[in-house]
Design a binder for this molecule. Structure first.
Ligand SMILES: [Zn+2]
Ligand SMILES: [Zn+2]
Length: 382
């Protein structure tokens, strides 16, 4: 693979001048004219207010809309919410829903494959962050065959057709109008238009760069994605990227109630308001199973590296045997559920479901306890 990276990066990929100009000029303006105007004239409270509002709305448009709704179909949204997400997501100038999602689905399918993943971290921080957009690399070609559902989605299709009009209206028209209404057109344009756009860009780009380099891997180490709390905070929850790559259809990225996942809270609030339904969640058992698999992998690696042997190894393998048995029981239960579902008479459904739920809970509890025991065991081996 490293040979092909070498080949692709040396290949004379043509520079994408329009993307380079937009990303370059807005960035230069954000670090020169924006602070200069602030020092010389100052920004009024209205400009700051809309800077904040648009920043959060763009983050939600991309996270809850482009990413979790359209790319992963992790929930269903009322048309009113879809229109809203399509507009505030489009405002962040990251291409149309259809193009963004096509690349993102390929990123998940071929993650870390330097020839196929459009923003593979294997080609370095710069490439994954922004470099992949500045040239027309073969790995960045848009493959619409992975988004047939979105081409049929009326909101996504409308947004794709009118994408550039939407970009101009929301990034130039709206800030200038708001600035005219509140007494500082240029100030509003520079802060709520330019600075907000650049900040949103780089925060989103961090998910392709930093979230594949920095943080923990609690669920899998078969790809480069990481979980990181600070990154989750500034990316509205998308920084729990290790979980997300493992369970991509889950509408949550941070699964604990205290995980800093603003997009999860936004989607849940919309569900309370009746604008969202059928939120998908990965079964808790599968989540725990992934975590414990990683626990075993790490415990074994530590034992290998330490001089400890016999007794610890036996203890670990005894735990593993118990884990394998719990997983087997769960698989058996899944089969039973499918069979019961086919045979059950309507009047028995309630009682059977309750008994199945209790058995599922028992197995989940057993895995939770095992996770704790493994943590203790690994700490003692240290
Ligand atoms: Zn990723
Ligand atoms: Zn994703």
């Amino acid at each position: 693979m490293s040979e092909s990276v070498h080949k692709q990066d040396k290949e004379v990929a043509p520079i994408n001048w329009s993307v380079t100009a937009v990303l370059g000029l807005t960035f230069i303006a954000a670090i020169t004219i924006v602070p200069w105007y602030g020092i010389v004239h100052g920004y009024n409270a209205w400009s700051w207010l809309f800077f904040g509002i648009f920043l959060v709305l763009n983050g939600i448009g991309i996270g809850s809309g482009y990413h979790r709704l359209w790319s992963h179909r992790s929930y269903e949204a009322h048309p009113a919410l879809k229109w809203f997400l399509a507009v505030v997501g489009g405002m962040s100038l990251q291409n149309s829903i259809i193009v963004w999602s096509a690349r993102h689905r390929i990123h998940h399918r071929d993650v870390d494959d330097n020839d196929k993943d459009p923003y593979s971290i294997g080609r370095g921080f710069w490439f994954a962050h922004i470099g992949w957009m500045l040239k027309d690399y073969p790995s960045g070609e848009i493959d619409l065959s992975v988004v047939p559902d979105l081409q049929k989605d009326p909101v996504a299709a409308w947004q794709h057709r009118w994408y550039w009009s939407l970009v101009w209206v929301t990034n130039l028209g709206v800030p200038l109008l708001l600035g005219w209404l509140t007494g500082d057109m240029l100030g509003m344009f520079l802060l709520a238009g330019v600075a907000r756009l650049v900040l949103n860009h780089h925060v989103t780009f961090f998910i392709n760069s930093l979230a594949h380099m920095w943080g923990r891997q609690p669920y899998t180490d078969e790809n480069s994605a990481r979980d990181q709390h600070f990154l989750a905070l500034i990316t509205y929850g998308e920084g729990y990227h290790n979980y997300h790559h493992m369970f991509q259809s889950d509408y949550r990225c941070g699964i604990r109630w205290w995980h800093l996942d603003i997009n999860k809270w936004f989607i849940s609030t919309c569900a309370l308001l009746g604008l969202v339904k059928n939120r998908k969640r990965a079964p808790m058992f599968k989540v725990l199973r992934a975590r414990i698999n990683m626990d075993f992998k790490r415990a074994r690696q530590k034992l290998e590296a330490s001089s400890l042997g016999g007794r610890w190894r036996d203890l670990l393998e005894a735990e593993y045997a118990q884990f394998a048995e719990t997983v087997r029981e769960w698989q058996q239960l899944q089969m039973e559920r499918v069979q019961q579902g086919r045979q059950m008479l309507a009047d028995r459904i309630g009682a059977e479901t309750a008994s199945l739920t209790a058995r599922y809970r028992e197995l989940e509890r057993s895995l939770q306890l095992q996770h704790k025991r493994l943590a203790l065991l690994t700490a003692q081996v240290m």
